[in-house]
Design a protein around this ligand. Structure first.
Ligand SMILES: [Mn+2]
Length: 324
């Protein structure tokens, strides 16, 4: 469907020679895949493009083509800056002033909560991933053909944000786009393996420790697991190594609420909460000044661990009983 804002974004990109692309901090497969795909399409049209990142590309995304466009420090003040897959300008981190100083600010995103101000801001909440928007932009507004490298980036973007087509944001349009991307003979099993299945040695160690700590309460409806600072302090743990550890408890049959605590530094804990069917875990997180959604929430708290767990049990067990 034709969109005037997206048309303006396309025009501004096609009419400028130097462009910087800014995915959100800790760029995931969608933010990075969408930025790389757009970067490759624009360089294919003769544009000068930098993708500015603050962190290293995570090892599960190191296969993505187009990484020669990635820079750590800005080359200059850019004519055009594009905010990508990011609904909150503070999530550009140190690159926020760069976005603000650009002559033309553009934004493409799919988060319902987007409040980024730009000359042209396109937010499509029906898009499962920003990668879908970039696909639309390249094909229907630039009117350019894709190629294999661009297809790999877009496929990665879309599988990341749909959890491999498992989340409710997956639409017929998502699958039609991915069907087209598959025509470029991309190695999609490899993409899936890298994005979802491959784990680091550190991650395996963290999983072992988490499983060893797991206890079940309330007839197996409440799972509690944790990592202590002792456990992690001698390891080079990256943020995404913690990803999914709370699901070890959640995915266990019969569990309604899963709690995972990690002690990031002596006495300082990050708590993750998940539920399967009926307990609203955001209410639990709020008791610790945290927040989130009904089925996924988080909070920060100071130890000792036993006290936090005691308080959690006190809050959670009545909820499990009352709402069962
Ligand atoms: Mn996204």
């Amino acid at each position: 469907m034709f969109d005037e804002t997206l048309q303006k974004i396309a025009e501004n990109l096609m009419n400028s020679e130097d462009i910087v692309l800014l995915p959100h901090i800790n760029a995931d497969g969608d933010a990075l895949g969408a930025a790389l795909a757009l970067g490759l399409a624009l360089t294919g049209m003769g544009k000068q493009v930098d993708i500015l990142l603050e962190e290293e590309v995570p090892s599960n995304l190191d296969f993505l083509p187009g990484q020669e466009l990635i820079k750590k420090t800005p080359g200059k003040v850019y004519t055009v800056a594009v905010n990508i897959d990011n609904g909150d300008i503070s999530r550009l981190g140190k690159r926020e002033p760069l976005f603000r100083s650009a002559g033309i600010r553009l934004s493409i995103d799919h988060h319902a909560t987007n409040r980024v101000e730009a000359h042209y801001s396109y937010v499509n909440t029906k898009a499962a991933a920003t990668g879908e928007i970039v696909y639309d932009l390249i094909k229907n507004y630039f009117k350019r053909n894709l190629n294999k490298d661009i297809a790999i980036c877009l496929y990665t973007a879309i599988v990341t944000d749909t959890g491999g087509f498992r989340y409710t944001n997956t639409t017929p349009e998502t699958l039609i786009i991915c069907a087209d991307l598959m025509r470029y003979e991309i190695d999609f099993p490899y993409v899936i393996k890298k994005v979802f299945d491959m784990i680091s040695y550190t991650k395996l160690y963290l999983m072992k420790k988490t499983i060893n700590s797991l206890t079940l309460l309330e007839n197996g409806k409440l799972a509690i697991s944790y990592l202590t600072y002792e456990d992690i302090k001698n390891y080079d743990v990256k943020n995404d190594d913690y990803e999914g550890l709370v699901n070890i408890g959640r995915n266990l049959e019969g569990v309604e609420v899963s709690v995972f605590l990690r002690e990031d530094s002596e006495g300082n804990f990050r708590g993750n909460l998940r539920s399967n069917d009926y307990v609203d875990v955001s209410e639990i997180a709020e008791k610790f000044n945290g927040g989130g959604h009904k089925r996924a929430a988080g909070f920060n708290s100071t130890g000792p661990r036993e006290k936090i767990i005691e308080k959690l049990i006190e809050i959670i067990i009545p909820k499990i009983r009352r709402e069962a």
